[in-house]
Write a protein that binds this ligand. Sequence first.
Ligand code: ADP
Ligand code: MG
Length: 239
Amino acid sequence: MTTTTTSTDPLPDDFGHAFIRGVHESVGGAAEALGDLDRRAGDGDFGTNVRTALKLAAQNIETEQPATYRQWVTTMYMGWLGVGGTSGPLFGMFFRDLAKAADGAEGESARVRAADGAGSPSLAQFAEALAAGQATVQKYGEADVGDKTMVDALDPAVSALRSAVEAGSSPSEALAAAEKAAVDAARATAETAAKRGRASYVGEVAKGVIDPGAAAIALVIGAARAAADGGDVDTAWIS
Ligand code: ADP
Ligand code: MG
């Protein structure tokens, strides 16, 4: 696929819609497998939390009729904020930071402008929103890289995306690099024991099991990549 988009041009008008549709398809499609990971290495509620969040998010789409990027991502963050566990608030605040991607430094006025059109962020703005999401998750969850949480997938994805933006890569190339970094890191969480969340209670038993939150983050970034290149998100590695 060829594209002339640079990192400071807005992503396509339908990016928010395609991204959130991809999150529903990939994370929703993997809910059973994600729940299974949490049953093996945690307390087993993650699959239910994922399904509840996506159900609420789908209801928000019905009632809100989102049109802009911010509105599409807002349906998702509001869905997660309606869920319990540790992951509900953390994914909720993460998506809230992503929703703000196109607001820019000008705050309210940019937000109003964005509401006039599709208001898609640029690739560079999306990368910084992902970084803000990581910072928020770490601020409230207090997990470091290596604690076997979603942070393990977020951190290398943010680095890969920023490097690709820096290098002038196209959105699909840049997001593919971020997706690969997140998938590789999520898979590598199988080698570590959890230090945060309920999975930490089972300690060594969690070894050999991928962290479900890290896997979910990899799917979310995969959904952003798929929104840029029109492809599918691979979920077969989650087991
Ligand atoms: P709980 O751990 O409360 O049962 P869930 O099962 O809903 O929460 O979600 C589990 C996922 O949440 C984990 O796989 C992990 O990625 C993420 N998680 C748990 N605690 C934290 C934390 N303190 N910081 C970041 N992520 C966390
Ligand atoms: Mg759990």
